[in-house]
Each structure stands twice: as structure tokens, then as C-alpha cells.
Design a binder for this molecule. Structure first.
Ligand code: PHE
Ligand code: ZN
Length: 887
């Protein structure tokens, strides 16, 4: 909670090295939910790189019991203690500090530091949670070796875990026991973890490629041991993949994953002891969907890959967060793509990434919380675990690979580890390694880290039939963002191909280009504000396919005709651009329809959808040569949020009506094809989460959702039967969602679903989420769901399932004309803030785009924001978000 009146902004430019370095940390825990005693012995020495001789330790919400320096107890006059730091002035060159503190884990509802979840102890230290456990220089550039002694009641907490290796365990009498752990690697405090719990594990010995044997464990609560196989499999796949793709080996003898039901984020890469939100560990076909399985693979991979990108080489300061997060997201994306293995599977994962960027990152880049991949300032670091740092950061890393090639990227990675293993470094160090390993000048590329906002690339083309030249003229601009009025040109890789009239890729000859002969895709490097690229020997006016594979996180403007888009939609060999052409065709129509609905006072009477578009959709739907997963993506219309981003003044109701009209029209026009594909893409037999089967289910369930926009009796029956006969959660939940969305009487099915899964927390989350996100659910219905005995604000997954899915995924109801949902938003930002500021601040972000709505809505949104901002007791987390929104 805020103690002084105005929160402090921290600036990257103010970085100074720590005055003292820490060699070793010895921690002793006497674990008790109400009163845990932490003894901490830190061996420190002066940092030659600093002029200061003051030892500065951070501490929050802990009680100092004793403090000794080099064996001598310090009197309160010998140190300075304020709300967040403990300072010892003019300390000796070598200092051994012994610190004893108290904390109350059971009262820690913020889930940062040491806390209790379902009766078990867990920690979460990133970014600044370690200081809630003990006094320490809690900054990532202080790396030390840790030894940890855990003591706890044996019956209540039979399992005692920490980082590294178990070196000793035994009984203490009194029913208590102990375990001593030692982490052989230096680490920053944010990677510390402990678990003291009643848990069971699935374990396996696994042989690395080098022949070394390691112990892998997945720890869960007793009833969940039937849901750990996929996490274990994903862990083994991750280990293998990092060996093969990057030559990086697991450096520990033991690697543990622990699942916890109360967790703010997805998972945490603590050294050797990854702690996961249950959502990203637990799966079996009965309770988890294909999307859950994919999420588990990605997150297990992500946390595992952090062991090198994040742990062995970490961040100098939190402004460098994307150094580890952007890189590790890129690595997990590549892992997931490689696990599918096919080109079309790869493309499907790439399309998903593009959708996430447009749905979440582009809006962030254009809104009040806009920040560069490497921010220059923040009030609360927890607010900067963003889609910009993560997903745009991953795009930035991907662009290196696009520029220097896969082998060049590997060389850059090798050099990065050679130079920086064991260090805390900056984004610039990664860029330097990529540049130096490849002999490339990547100085201009730095602007991807320093400039916020989504660049807009505009393309024009001209064809000279006589000279057989085809020119692509690219220009770039980037809208102003907070504190950055004028932007300098970015270094943008733009992958391009040219299609003949018959839809074939033309072999390319780029004037001055260095590409391989006969190449059909070349990467243009746009570095100036405007540049002309000339292709020679072009025998016919081609259709350009620009920004293939989404080669840069930009908005591409090009005046495509409908015919060109249809041509690309049916022929482009680049699946991402093929999909993109379909999205452009749909978006043009959606925007026109939305305008018509708005002009007609919200009515869809008289709207029309052209046969050309419907025929193009039909062609993709029925093209069995295409991957089902790709067909599904090609048929999903841009989301209401993405449509909103294209409008100067957003009318959420009109968008919803227009999009529903389009879906209903497609559903009616393609009824027989949808039904045929529905039946053709069944996945009988035992459930498997593999990409092909998942793709079939996705396509089949998309067909169902189209048929269910305005269902007749037979279609309703189809959904009901799917619900009843489903052999897996993907099909069961899809059927239920289609019923809820259709407005059909879904009550009995919702009830049956609830009863079946009453004891599966993650499924009950789905139960809340699917109702919250349905356009048939208004704010009154959400408030009613909150009265359900299974609802609680204290569990982040549960709070998110109902509240966030309503405010974030149900735009037509959230923006109800009377503003009632905005009041709901304000009420729960405030309520959540008293429990868990991090979760509250994420909810607060839901109002970011308020200035883009029609004046009547804007006024109500502003009022809600002001209501929150005006509260006397607000966390820095929420205060930063609402202050920036109102600025
Ligand atoms: N570092 C974690 C990840 O990306 C995310 C995280 C941040 C988890 C802060 C908890 C707290 O994998
Ligand atoms: Zn991460």
C-alpha cells in the first residue's frame, strides 16, 4: 500500500551499480503460517565499481528482530530503517550481516513473497518479492550463492523444497523436520524459491545427450497425480530441444516443477524449482482443452528455457526485462513450432502470434501505458510485465533471426553466452553479440528497444512492362507516444514475394540484393524513411505479398484491390499472408457493415454480404488440401477488439451487431458445407493433443459455432449431442459455449457441467469464464454469478475467470450504454486492490482505451476512472495505471 502521498517514478538513466556485492547467502526458515522466523546470513564485500560505502537492503512488510554486522549487534542508531530500506552507512570493506526477521505468510494475500495457498507454503520473488521475506539488496545485478535450511511441521508439510540440490534432511523432534538445500549457481534474489507442502510428485530419471542423468519431478496435490503426464512430457521435450537447437544443457542434477492454485502469473523460472500456476501444469483429456495442452507445452518450455536465458545470464536491472522475457518467449515460440514440425503447423503458430499482437500489443502500444520494449521509467515494475515486453520483445528477437538467418542467430546466441554467462546484463549486450557474431551493423536496430509505438509501413508499387521492372516503394512512420513526439526510422525487415497471375511465386531478382538465385521470398531492409526496392526481369505485373511471415511487428498499409486479396487468399505460398489476405477482406466488410449499423441506429436490417466473400470463405472451408488448423484460422473473423482498433470512434454495439450479422450470414450460406466439415473433422478414438487432431477439433467446433449463430432444431440437437457424448473437454466446452452464445436455453447443460466438475477448480474457472464472455451475459448476470458459492476474489484464476472475461472479452456488454459495467469495473478494481494489487492493476488496464469511445461512453468511463483514482488508499500498481489513463 502507498505510504507517502505521491508514488516515485524510477528512471533507467539513474542506474548505479550496487555498493556491495554478495558472495553467499545462508537462509534459515522456521515455517509457521502466522509467524515465520527467517534468519539470514549475508557475506558481502565492497563493489570496486561503486564509490558508495553504504549497504542498502530492501525490506517490506517484515519485522526486524535482530541485526548483526561482523558479529556485533547493531543498535538502532547504527542503521537507518524506513518503510522500504535498511541502510548501514560507511560499512567496512567486508561485511557479514546476520538478520532475523518475522513475517506472517497466511496474511499475505498479494501472493508476492512467502504466502500460503491451500494450507501450503510457496514463494514468489520476481520482481521484488524477496524483500518481503528478508532484508536484502533485492536487485537482479546482485548475484550470490544460496544455502537454505527449511524447518517445518512434518505432518502438515512433509515436502520441503528449495533451489538446487538437497544436501541433508532429518527430524527435529516436536514433530518438526528439516531439509537443507544448496544451489551451486550464483543467482539474483528474484530466482529464490521455497515450497513447504503436502504434495506428491511424478518423477523420472532422464538422460541428457551428454549421458548425464538428471532427476525430473512434477509436484502437485494428491488428487492431481492423474494430470501430470503432459507437463512431464513437455519438460523432457524442452530439455531435448534446447540441447539440439541451441546446444544448451540442463546444468543441475535435479529439476522440479511445482503447481500452485493461487498464483498471479503463469509460472516462474526459479532456479531448479519452477513454480507454476496449476493452469499450466494440470491436464488430462477430461478437464483440459487443446488450448490448455498447448499452453502447458509453451509455458513449461518457457520456464525451462529461462534457465539459460534469464538465470545463467540475467538482467542488470528491471528495465532490461525484455532481455530475458522477449528472448525466452521467442524461444518458447520456436519450440512449440518445432514440436509440430510441419511448415503449415509452424505457420499456424505464427498466425496465433500475430493475432495476439493485434489483439493486445498494438492496443497497448497505442494507449496510455505505451512503453518501449526497454522502458525508460516506471512507478511499479509489476505493471511492466506486459505484452510489449514479452510479445513485442519476442518479435524484436525474431527480427534478428530474420536479418542474420537461423545459423547467424545461433552464432549470436553462442557469443552471448560466451561473453555473459554468470552476468547480469543489458539488452544492448544481446544486440552486440548478434552484431559481432555476424559482422553486422545493428546500431539502428537499437530503436526497437528505445522507441515505443507500432510503426506503420506504407507500400506503393509500380510496374514497368517495357523494362520489366517492378518497384516496391516502402515508407515508414511511427505515431507519437508518451514522452516521444518524434520517432527516428526503424530498421525493418520486410519479407516480400511476388505472385504471378496463375498464383505461382515468381523467382526474384532484387537489384543490389544478395539473396540466393531463384529465391521466391527476399527480405527487404527498410532503414530510411522511404526507400525504393527494384525487382528486375519481372515478366508480368505481379501481386505483391508483403511482410511475409509477419517479418516485423508493424502495421502494413497497401492499397490492395479486392481481386488482389482474393488472389492472395487462394494462392499465396506464404500461409501467414494467405491468412492475412482473408483478414483484410473480412475487415473491409466489417468496417462498412459497422458504419451501416451505426447509421441505422444499431439495426442490422438491410445489411448485405457479397457473394464474392462468401465464395472465398467456402473455398477455404472445403479445401481439404489445407491444414484444418489453418482453415479454422482463415475462417475466424477479426475479433471485436481488433475491429475496434481500426475505428477512430469505437461503437462496440455496432461492431457486435455487424460481426454477428456476418457470422449469421456465413452460417446460413455455407450451412451444408459447414455441416459436412463438421462431420469430416471428427476425431474418434482416444484423445490426443497433437496439432493435427487439435486442428480438426478447432475446425469442427468453429463449424458448430457458425451453425449455432441462429440454430434450428437439428443444429441445437447437434450441439447437445456433442456436449453429452464428448470424450474430452475441448469438445464438451465448445458445445456448451456454442449453446450459451446462441441464446438457446443452456441452463440445464451449465448445471450438468458444473456438477460433473465441481471438484476441478480449473474447470470451474472455465464455467465462469464462458458465461462471462458470452454476449448474452450482462453485468447483472455477472453480479449474480459472483454470489455463487464457488466464486472468490482471493484466487486470481477465479477472479480473472469471471471479472476479466467480462470486462475484457465481452465488449458489447462491458460497454452497455448506461455505464453500469464501468461502475462494476471500478468497484472491483478497488476491492481487488485491497487483496492483491497486481491482479487489481491488470483489471485496471481494462479502461486503457477509454478515449476512443463515443463521447457519452467516454464520460462514463472517465467517471469510473476518477472514482478509482480518487481513493485514498490505493496501491502504486493501480495508481500508476489509472493516473496514466487519465493523464
Ligand atoms: N518470469 C515469469 C515468466 O515469464 C513471469 C512472472 C513474473 C511470474 C513475475 C511471477 C511474477 O516466466
Ligand atoms: Zn518469462
Amino acid at each position: 500500500m502507498r505510504t507517502d502521498s505521491s508514488p516515485q517514478t524510477i528512471f533507467r538513466k539513474d542506474y548505479t551499480p550496487p555498493a556491495y556485492l554478495v558472495d553467499t547467502v545462508e537462509l534459515g526458515f522456521d515455517l509457521d503460517p502466522d509467524r515465520t522466523v527467517v534468519a539470514n546470513r549475508i557475506t558481502m564485500r565492497q563493489n570496486p565499481a561503486s564509490k558508495s560505502r553504504d549497504i542498502v537492503l530492501h525490506g517490506e512488510e517484515i519485522e526486524l528482530v535482530a541485526l548483526r554486522l561482523n558479529g556485533k549487534t547493531l543498535a538502532p542508531t547504527e542503521y537507518h530503517l524506513n518503510g522500504s530500506t535498511l541502510t548501514i552507512r560507511k560499512a567496512p570493506a567486508k561485511a557479514v550481516l546476520e538478520i532475523e526477521t518475522l513475517c506472517a505468510p497466511v496474511q499475505n494475500t498479494s501472493l508476492s513473497g512467502l504466502y500460503v495457498s491451500n494450507g501450503n507454503f510457496f514463494t514468489q520473488c520476481e520482481a521484488e518479492g524477496f524483500r518481503r521475506i528478508t532484508y536484502f539488496p533485492d536487485r537482479p545485478d546482485v548475484m550470490a550463492k544460496y544455502t537454505v535450511m527449511l524447518r517445518a511441521d512434518k505432518a502438515a508439510y512433509p515436502v520441503l523444497l528449495s533451489n538446487g540440490n538437497l544436501i541433508e534432511e532429518g527430524e527435529l523432534g516436536d514433530g518438526r523436520h528439516y531439509a537443507k538445500w544448496e544451489d551451486p549457481f550464483k543467482k539474483p534474489s528474484y530466482l529464490f524459491a521455497l515450497v513447504a507442502a503436502r504434495l506428491v510428485c511424478q518423477e523420472e530419471r532422464y538422460t541428457l545427450q551428454s549421458g548425464r542423468e538428471v532427476l525430473l519431478q512434477v509436484w502437485v496435490e494428491e488428487g492431481n497425480l492423474d494430470k501430470t503426464d503432459y507437463a512431464m512430457q513437455s519438460l523432457k521435450n524442452s530439455i531435448r530441444w534446447d540441447e539440439e537447437r541451441f546446444g544448451l544443457e540442463l546444468d543441475l542434477d535435479r529439476f522440479m516443477i511445482v503447481a500452485v492454485g493461487d498464483f498471479n502469473m503463469g509460472a516462474m523460472e526459479n532456479k531448479g524449482l519452477n513454480i507454476f500456476n496449476t493452469k499450466f501444469v494440470l491436464a488430462n483429456p477430461r478437464v483440459a482443452t487443446d488450448i490448455d495442452y498447448a499452453g502447458i507445452e509453451a509455458v513449461v518450455g518457457h520456464e525451462y528455457f529461462h534457465n539459460w536465458t534469464g538465470n545463467r545470464v540475467t538482467c542488470r536491472d528491471w528495465f532490461q526485462l525484455s532481455l530475458k522475457e522477449g528472448l525466452t518467449v521467442f524461444r518458447d515460440q520456436e519450440f512449440s513450432a518445432d514440436m509440430i514440425g510441419t511448415d503449415s503447423g509452424r505457420a499456424v503458430t505464427r498466425i496465433d502470434q500475430v493475432r495476439t499482437l493485434r489483439q493486445a500489443q498494438f492496443p497497448e502500444d497505442a494507449g496510455p501505458m505505451s512503453h518501449p520494449v526497454r522502458p525508460d521509467s516506471f512507478v511499479e515494475i509489476n505493471n511492466f510485465y506486459t505484452v510489449t515486453v514479452y510479445e513485442k520483445g519476442a518479435e524484436v528477437v525474431r527480427m534478428y533471426q530474420t536479418l542474420v538467418g537461423r545459423d547467424g542467430f545461433r552464432k549470436g546466441m553462442d557469443l552471448y553466452f560466451k561473453r555473459h554467462d554468470g552476468q547480469a546484463v543489458e539488452c544492448d549486450d544481446f544486440r552486440a553479440a548478434m552484431a559481432d557474431a555476424n559482422g553486422r551493423d545493428l546500431r539502428q536496430f537499437e530503436r526497437w528497444y528505445s522507441q515505443a509505438g507500432t510503426p506503420i509501413v506504407t507500400a506503393r508499387t509500380r510496374y514497368d512492362a517495357v523494362k520489366r521492372n517492378f518497384d516496391i516503394i516502402l515508407s515508414q512512420r511511427c505515431p507519437a507516444s508518451a514522452g516521444q513526439a518524434d520517432k527516428l526510422p526503424f530498421h525493418i525487415p520486410v519479407a516480400v514475394g511476388l505472385l504471378s497471375a496463375s498464383g505461382k511465386d515468381l523467382p526474384l531478382t532484387l537489384e543490389g540484393g544478395k539473396h540466393a538465385k531463384g529465391a521466391t521470398t527476399v527480405v527487404l531492409e527498410l532503414t530510411e524513411q522511404e526507400q525504393i526496392f527494384r525487382f528486375r526481369h519481372v515478366d508480368e505485373r505481379p501481386t505483391p505479398s508483403i511482410l511475409r511471415d509477419f517479418s516485423a511487428p508493424v502495421i502494413l498499409e497497401y492499397d490492395y484491390t479486392d481481386d488482389e486479396l482474393l488472389h492472395l487468399f487462394s494462392h499465396d505460398s506464404d500461409p501467414v499472408n494467405r491468412w492475412e489476405a482473408g483478414q483484410r477482406l473480412a475487415m473491409e466488410r466489417l468496417l462498412k457493415l459497422t458504419a451501416q449499423v451505426a447509421a441505422a441506429g444499431g439495426s442490422d436490417a438491410g445489411l448485405k454480404l457479397d457473394a464474392t466473400f462468401i465464395n472465398a470463405q467456402r473455398a477455404v472451408l472445403t479445401d481439404d488440401t489445407l491444414d484444418p488448423a489453418f482453415r479454422e484460422l482463415a475462417l475466424i473473423l477479426p475479433s471485436e477488439i481488433i475491429i475496434a482498433e481500426q475505428m477512430d470512434v469505437v461503437d462496440p454495439q455496432a461492431i457486435h451487431v455487424a460481426r454477428q450479422f456476418m457470422r449469421r450470414t456465413i452460417g446460413a450460406a455455407l450451412k451444408s458445407e459447414l455441416l459436412a466439415q463438421y462431420h469430416a473433422n471428427q476425431t474418434p478414438g482416444a484423445y490426443s493433443p497433437d496439432a493435427l487432431s487439435a486442428g480438426k477439433r478447432a475446425l469442427k467446433n468453429l463449424c458448430l459455432s457458425y451453425l449455432m449463430v441462429a440454430p434450428d432444431m437439428a443444429e441445437l440437437k447437434l450441439a447437445q449431442q456433442q456436449f453429452e457424448k464428448a470424450g474430452n473437454m475441448t469438445d464438451r466446452s465448445a458445445a456448451l459455449v456454442s449453446m450459451i452464445h446462441s441464446g438457446a436455453e443452456a441452463g440445464p447443460y451449465l448445471k450438468a457441467f458444473y456438477q460433473d466438475f465441481e471438484h476441478e477448480a480449473l474447470v470451474i474457472d472455465k464455467w465462469f469464464a464462458m458465461q462471462a464472455a458470452a454476449p448474452t451475459t450482462n453485468v447483472a448476470a455477472v453480479r449474480k454469478l459472483m454470489q455463487h458459492p464457488a466464486f472468490t476474489l482471493k484466487n486470481p484464476n477465479r477472479a480473472r475467470s469471471l471479472i476479466f472475461n467480462f470486462t475484457g472479452a465481452n465488449p458489447s456488454q462491458f460497454h452497455a450504454a448506461d455505464g453500469s459495467a464501468y461502475e462494476f469495473w471500478a468497484e472491483f478494481v478497488i476491492k481487488l486492490d485491497a487483496i492483491n494489487p497486481q491482479v487489481a492493476a491488470r483489471l485496471a488496464r481494462g479502461m486503457d482505451r477509454w478515449r476512443r469511445y463515443a463521447p457519452a461512453l467516454q464520460a462514463k468511463m472517465k467517471k469510473a476512472l476518477e472514482k478509482v483514482a480518487g481513493r485514498a488508499k490505493l496501491s502504486n500498481d493501480v495508481l500508476e495505471v489509472v493516473t496514466k489513463a487519465l493523464a
